[in-house]
Design a protein around this ligand. Structure first.
Ligand code: NAI
Length: 474
């Protein structure tokens, strides 16, 4: 693990943080590899402009000079996040999180910045690390430090050691609430810092893979504090996983490759919330879509939604573009790569970079790997070339900007309201995984409709009575 150091630094107008050398081997243009180490201490007032403040909070980000660009993008996203804005307004008045230390491990994007601002408005002290080495938007990380005074530890393209050093930097701040996207912070606290667990009141988890890991911990009796599975809110997975990932996965693949989807054979592995969204958007752009599933109900659903269903082995020779969204590992592996046709493109939308067997791909290419264009590598295998997008990491964040803010508005409204709920009720909860209280889910949907100017049809008294009366038949 890389050790993070601190050092004084003057901003703005003074010397900037050193910009790390580019990782020449990366397929990505803006990808500094490892942390050069130095960070610094003391903060501008959270949420403040920082113009007259000479000192900054602890951080490890790529380039503080990007802060202004980050602020512009954060404000652009804010326009699409009216539910979170409403919550922020109330939090600022009521301060329900006053003094609460929150350690967050989330994708460092414009939407996350708006969530962090909301938590800070509620009185929380938030520290943030990236939840994926390739998802950080460096301008946002810089803005969080220089403009909003949030200790932030994230560099796009950071190596594994730096990724974990950044998580440790957040853990060093002794969080009372953890906010995870993939369960890495919870896992680090439980495995490496058990002494700190008694300080943690509770946590939240953003994604399916993280919830699966947490449930496994709870089943093992290993989980030591309560965690709310934000992913399980209806106003989260029905929209974020489906429409957010559906659109942004297409966005990432197109930005990286600029291929035409119309008429292309696309294989979607996994027909969960994410897979459904990807399949629908691919089909909407004219692709022929085949779904691969291991679950009989989901396979049937895919069939009746109008897709063909095949095994991986069958689909391998048919597909031209393969997208994984299973939360599982080695979904496409050696035997499938062998059958794939020349020019096939591989991308992953699942949380971890384990869905495509990258070790097999590398070993089959025997060193014949080239950077084809930003975000795309070519693997020469037995007279054909297979193309990998975004290093097999989640393609919507690795090759595009992640979900549109309008959908993250609901996911992060659930996060903010769940943290408020935990601040009040954590002591009443045991070390289990909890669903988001239904009242929060309903409130998020209600606020979103309100912001969209859409009115709900109210039930009449007669209808209400009818629904509650089991005696009335035909
Ligand atoms: P889900 O549990 O609803 O769906 C996963 C599906 O994959 C299930 O239907 C399962 O039967 C199927 N599956 C499992 N192993 C398979 C295999 N070997 N071959 C074919 N199908 C298989 O999960 P959800 O919500 O769709 O999430 C999928 C992944 O995407 C997770 O890792 C999640 O964390 C991640 N995710 C990524 C986002 C992003 O921004 N890229 C956003 C939201 C979720």
């Amino acid at each position: 693990m890389t050790e993070l150091h601190r050092r004084d630094q003057v901003l703005p107008g003074g010397p900037q943080a050193p910009v790390p050398a580019r990782d020449e081997g990366s397929a990505f243009e803006p990808a500094p590899a490892t942390s050069p180490g130095p960070t610094r201490a003391a903060a501008p007032a959270p949420g403040g402009g920082g113009a007259s403040s000479p000192r900054l909070v602890d951080h490890d980000v790529a380039d503080l000079a990007l802060a202004e660009a980050g602020v512009e993008r954060i404000e652009w996203a804010e326009r699409e996040m009216p539910v979170l804005a409403k919550i922020r307004e109330r939090f600022a008045a009521e301060r329900p999180l006053a003094g609460l230390r929150i350690g967050a491990c989330l994708h460092v994007t414009t939407e996350t910045a708006n969530l962090v601002r909301t938590l800070a408005a509620g009185g929380a002290e938030v520290a943030l690390a990236a939840s994926n080495p390739l998802s950080t938007q460096d301008d946002v990380a810089a803005a969080l430090v220089a403009r909003y005074g949030v200790p932030t530890f994230a560099r796009r393209g950071e190596d594994r050691a730096t990724y974990y050093a950044h998580l440790s930097a957040v853990a060093d701040r002794h969080p009372q609430i953890t906010m995870d996207d993939g369960c890495d912070l919870v896992s680090l606290l439980h495995s490496e810092r058990p002494g700190q667990l008694s300080e943690v009141l509770a946590g939240t988890e953003e994604t399916t893979t993280g919830v699966i890991r947490l449930r496994a911990m709870a089943a093992d009796g290993a989980l030591r504090y309560p965690v709310i599975a934000v992913n399980e809110a209806l106003t989260k997975h029905l929209f974020d996983n489906r429409y957010g990932t559906g659109q942004s996965t297409v966005d990432g693949i197109l930005r990286a490759t600029n291929i035409l989807l119309a008429g292309r054979n696309v294989v979607v592995a996994g027909y969960g919330w994410v897979g459904r969204g990807i399949a629908a958007r691919m089909a909407g752009m004219g692709a022929h879509v085949v779904v691969v599933e291991v679950d009989p109900v989901r396979a049937l659903e895919a069939l009746m939604d109008g897709y063909r269903v095949m095994t991986h082995a069958e689909a391998a020779g048919w597909g031209e573009l393969f997208v994984t969204a299973t939360g599982n590992r080695n979904v496409f592996r050696r035997e499938h790569f062998e059958r794939m046709r020349d020019g096939a493109i591989l991308a992953n939308a699942g949380h971890f970079d384990v869905e495509l067997d990258l070790a097999a791909l590398r070993s089959m290419a025997e060193g014949h790997v080239r950077r084809v264009r930003p975000g795309v590598e070519g693997f020469e295998i037995g007279g054909k070339e297979l193309f990998l997008v975004a290093e097999g990491r989640l393609v919507n964040l690795g090759a595009a900007e992640g979900h549109p803010a309008a959908v993250m508005d609901m996911s992060f409204a659930n996060q903010a309201l769940s943290v408020e709920y935990l601040a009040r009720h954590a002591a009443e909860l045991g070390p289990q995984v909890y669903t988001v209280p239904e009242a929060i889910d309903q409130e998020v949907a209600r606020l979103k409709l309100l912001a969209l100017g859409i009115e709900l049809e109210p039930l009449t008294e007669e209808q209400r009575a009818y629904l509650a009366d089991w005696r009335q038949g035909t």
